[in-house]
Every structure is written in structure tokens, then in C-alpha cells.
Design a protein around this ligand. Structure first.
Ligand code: FAD
Length: 463
């Protein structure tokens, strides 16, 4: 029997997980409950998950079973059928993997915050994975206020914890890079599995059945206007297949070819990272272990650029609007907002890929059809929305709307940072010109000069 005072002590003991990953969100004390509860929200995986490992350790120390909870709400911000299907594919696998470890995953069709508050009534301790976007942080903070057990947040979706990398919003990759590099060795460590001692499989809770995905999806009241994609299937096993393929056949050429939309040199990790179906730390360690050319360039994107994006949404309250931009970018866009535009398209025309530019239309079509636009084309695509919209404000809204609606990896910190970059965020001023002002410009000649861009157009035609 573990004494209550000992239990309190143990919550603060991080075991072999660095304590910088762990934050307690309220001042409650551990109760004598029926189980330890893990609210899985962002890190939707059964492995390489610091939050899961932490909570297994706590359940074993408290000699209690561990219950994992996932709540599915119909109105997750900007989510639609495409996203829900990919997520449920992943959750189905995660449920099976947890079951193999004697851990019950209770999935319910309800608002996660309300569901977790109810289940916490019989828990001794609640653990949740860390979130970065404002509304997801609010969910956790609200829950922490409502429940009468400690709520411990464990960070597992960045290699270097966001507040460890920097305590403020960073200006650019060049300012966050040295800070992350200083910390990196501490965090590039394997996450070894810890097994649960007390099975929770016998718990009998009503759960939302996801064995038959079609009927599960049809019972949700969600936006069905964007179809699910065949190009990517959700889940950790699928993520690892893409990673294997990348490490064995593409990583070596990543440095030279990852920008070329007519070639296939990307990792395809972004949808899996977005849904937490694979750990960025796992991907980084595997790439490092593989070694050779391409590794540095890949880790620059996976760690520095990605963690800069997370720094951005974590510290900027304005990540959904032009107000997030540095002063020089806001001023120059304002100064040029009345410049005459050679072409002006409405949101609907952009959405239907009805511009005069076949490269832009192909990029839009690639995103709509496959759920993933090539990374280089995303920059061109966003820049042209700025150039061909009535105002920069309208352009910003259009870019976020389309990105978040159609990209499988949309609604992610990377998406907010990517769109903001097209308008000058994390960049410097360039030669002043019409419409863009000093914001960096991109044009079709560049695509033609650097790549066999017509073969990209042909590839998209065959989708
Ligand atoms: C306008 C615009 C919108 C974007 N929208 C999104 C989005 O919604 N979701 C999203 O995940 N990424 C977005 N990006 C960033 C980037 O284009 C994608 O992460 C990348 O194309 C995903 O494909 P991949 O995983 O095959 O990339 P790889 O090149 O194989 O990169 C591996 C990983 O590194 C990270 N990464 C790569 N490029 C960037 C970058 N520029 N910024 C931050 N992290 C990066 C991603 O996590 C990516 O999965 C956007 C970029 C722009 C310019």
C-alpha cells in the first residue's frame, strides 16, 4: 500500500524522463482513485510517447491500472472528413497496440474536456500530452481547474521542449537555431518502453466503436465536403513505412532535390507528425542513425524549422492574422495594399484552381486531390495568393482557409508559420516592388529556371 504523502512526492519525480518535459497544471493532491488517467490528445501513439511512459510509471508506482482516454468532438476547429478518417485510422491501431500492453483506451464521442473531467472523478492522477495552439491549451487549463486530482502535462511532440528552446517569440531560424543546438544532445535520447503492471482491460466503459471506420465516421456530425484521401493512410505503422522508404531511398538526395516539385524526395512525415502518430524524436534519431548526405538538411527542417513554427504559435497571440508579422512587413504591406493587382481572384476561384497560372493551379489540385502539396510549391502558392487577392488581409485568410481545409497536415503550427512566412514572418525585407512591398517575391520564371516544372504539372494531371 502506497501512502498518500509518498504518492504526492512521486508525481514530482520524473523517472528517466527529463523534468523539463513535465509541468503540473494545478495544485491538487493525488487521490485514492480507481485508476491513473492519461488524456491522450495530441500524441496519438502507443510508442515513443513520453507522456504515456510517464503515466505508466506513475500507475506502477501507485499500484493502479492505467486508463487512456480520447474524446472525439464533432466540431474540432477546421476539421473535416479527410482529417477525421486519417485520425481514426491511427487511433484504431493505437487502441490495438495499447491493448497488447494491457492498457485500455476508452474512446468517446463527446467534447474531450467534458469527458476527461467526468473520468477524472474516479482517478488518482491525470496526465495529458502538451499542446501548443491556444484553444488546445485552454482545454487543458480549464480541465485542470475543474478536476480535483493533479493534472500533469508531459511534452512529447518536440525534440527540445518549447520553453527550454526559448522563453520568447523568436525572430527567425537564425535566432532559434543556436538555442536549440545548445540543448539538443540532452534531448536526443531513446524513449524505452515501460510495461504496465496492473491491466486495465477489464474496465467496462461505454466506448465509441471505431472497428468499422465507415460506420464510425457516418455517426459523427462533421463537415463531409472534403473527401478522404487514398494517398495516405493514418497510423504509426504507415508512418514507419514512409520513414523506411525515405531513409533508404530519398534521404541521400534530400539536400539536392527536396525543393524540386517534379521529384519525390520528401519524407511525407507531416500528416503523421501532425496527428502525433509518429514522434519527431524517433524520426530524428532514425535519420541520425542512418547518417550520410542529406541528414543535416533534413534535421534542419524537422527540428529547427518545425520547432520555430511551434515557438511562433506558442508565444504569438496573433498567429491567425497579419498582426503576427514583424513591423516592417506590416508597414510595407499596408503601404502597398492599394497597388493595382494584375490579377484578382476570389476565394472560390482559388479554391476551384481557376487562375491563369497552370503551376499554381496544379499545386492547388495536388493539395485537393492528395491532401499534401509539395513543400516548395506551398511557398509559391502562398506568395501568389498574396499577389492576386484584393488585400493582404483577404489573402491571409484565403491561404489559411485553403491550407487548413485541404492539407492533411493542415491546422498545424507549421501551417500557421508557413502562411505567415509568405507574408514576411521569419524573413527579412527584400527589394521593394508593387503589391509585395519589401516582402520576398516569387515568380513562375524561377520555377521554370530551377526545375522541370512541366513534369510536375503532368504528374498532377494524372492524379
Ligand atoms: C504556405 C505554407 C503552408 C504550409 N502548411 C503546412 C501545414 O499545414 N502543415 C505542415 O506540417 N507544414 C506546412 N508547411 C511546411 C512544409 O511545407 C511542410 O511541413 C512539408 O512540405 C511537409 O512535407 P514532408 O513531411 O514530406 O516534408 P520534409 O521536407 O520531408 O520535412 C520533414 C519535416 O520537417 C518539417 N518541415 C519541413 N519544412 C518545414 C517548414 N518550412 N516549416 C516547418 N517545418 C517544416 C515538417 O515537420 C516535415 O514533416 C507549410 C509551408 C508553407 C510555405
Amino acid at each position: 500500500m502506497v501512502m498518500r504523502s509518498e504518492k504526492v512526492k512521486k508525481v514530482n519525480d520524473a523517472g528517466d524522463i527529463r523534468e523539463e518535459r513535465i509541468t503540473t497544471l494545478n495544485d491538487e493532491e493525488v487521490k485514492d482513485g480507481n485508476y491513473v488517467l492519461y488524456w491522450m490528445q495530441r500524441a496519438q501513439r502507443a510508442e515513443y510517447n513520453h507522456a504515456l511512459k510517464y503515466v505508466v510509471e506513475k500507475a506502477n508506482e501507485l499500484d493502479e491500472p492505467l486508463l487512456v482516454y480520447f474524446g472525439i468532438t464533432d466540431d474540432f476547429k477546421e476539421g473535416n472528413l479527410r482529417h477525421y478518417r486519417f485520425m481514426l485510422e491511427g487511433l484504431k491501431e493505437t487502441k490495438k497496440k495499447l491493448k497488447e500492453r494491457d492498457i485500455k483506451l476508452v474512446i468517446r464521442h463527446e467534447h474531450p474536456k467534458e469527458g476527461v473531467i467526468e473520468l477524472a472523478d474516479e482517478a488518482s492522477l491525470l496526465v495529458v500530452d502538451k499542446a501548443y495552439l491556444d484553444f488546445l491549451r485552454d482545454w487543458r487549463e480549464d480541465a485542470a481547474e475543474e478536476v480535483n486530482v493533479p493534472v500533469v502535462e508531459v511534452e512529447t511532440d518536440l525534440v527540445v521542449p518549447v520553453e527550454e528552446a526559448s522563453s520568447k517569440e523568436e525572430y527567425a531560424a537564425r535566432t532559434i537555431r543556436p538555442k536549440i543546438e545548445d540543448e539538443l544532445d540532452k534531448y536526443m535520447k531513446e524513449v524505452k518502453k515501460r510495461e504496465l503492471e496492473n491491466s486495465s482491460l477489464e474496465f467496462d466503459f461505454d466506448t465509441f466503436d471505431i472497428d468499422d471506420l465507415d460506420s464510425a465516421l457516418s455517426s459523427l456530425d462533421i463537415d463531409e465536403s472534403v473527401k478522404a484521401v487514398e494517398s495516405f493512410e493514418g497510423g504509426t505503422a504507415e508512418a514507419k513505412k514512409h520513414l523506411e522508404e525515405f531513409l533508404n531511398h530519398k534521404l541521400g538526395g534530400y539536400g539536392d532535390h527536396s525543393n524540386d516539385p517534379s521529384k519525390d524526395y520528401l519524407s511525407n512525415m507531416s500528416p503523421y507528425l501532425h496527428f502525433g502518430q509518429i514522434s519527431p524524436l524517433y524520426v530524428a534519431l532514425k535519420a541520425k542513425e542512418k547518417g550520410g548526405p542529406g541528414v543535416d538538411e533534413f534535421l534542419e527542417q524537422l527540428i529547427i524549422r518545425r520547432e520555430l513554427a511551434y515557438n511562433f504559435v506558442y508565444y504569438s497571440e496573433d498567429y491567425r492574422s497579419l498582426a503576427c508579422l514583424p513591423d516592417w512587413a506590416q508597414e510595407t504591406l499596408e503601404k502597398h495594399s492599394d497597388d493595382e493587382r494584375e490579377y484578382v481572384y476570389s476565394r472560390e476561384e482559388f479554391e476551384e484552381a481557376e487562375t491563369h497560372d497552370k503551376y499554381w493551379n496544379s499545386a492547388q489540385k495536388e493539395m485537393v486531390e492528395t491532401g499534401k502539396m509539395h513543400g516548395y510549391m506551398r511557398m509559391y502558392w502562398g506568395k501568389k495568393i498574396l499577389e492576386w487577392s484584393e488585400t493582404p488581409e483577404e489573402a491571409y485568410e484565403t491561404a489559411l482557409y485553403l491550407n487548413n481545409k485541404y492539407e492533411l497536415d493542415g491546422r498545424d503550427p507549421n501551417g500557421f508559420a508557413g502562411v505567415a512566412w509568405c507574408f514576411g514572418k521569419h524573413d527579412q525585407g527584400w527589394k521593394e516592388r508593387e503589391v509585395y512591398g519589401k516582402v520576398r517575391y516569387m515568380n513562375a520564371n524561377g520555377l521554370e529556371r530551377k526545375f522541370d516544372i512541366d513534369s510536375y504539372v503532368k504528374l498532377v494531371e494524372y492524379l
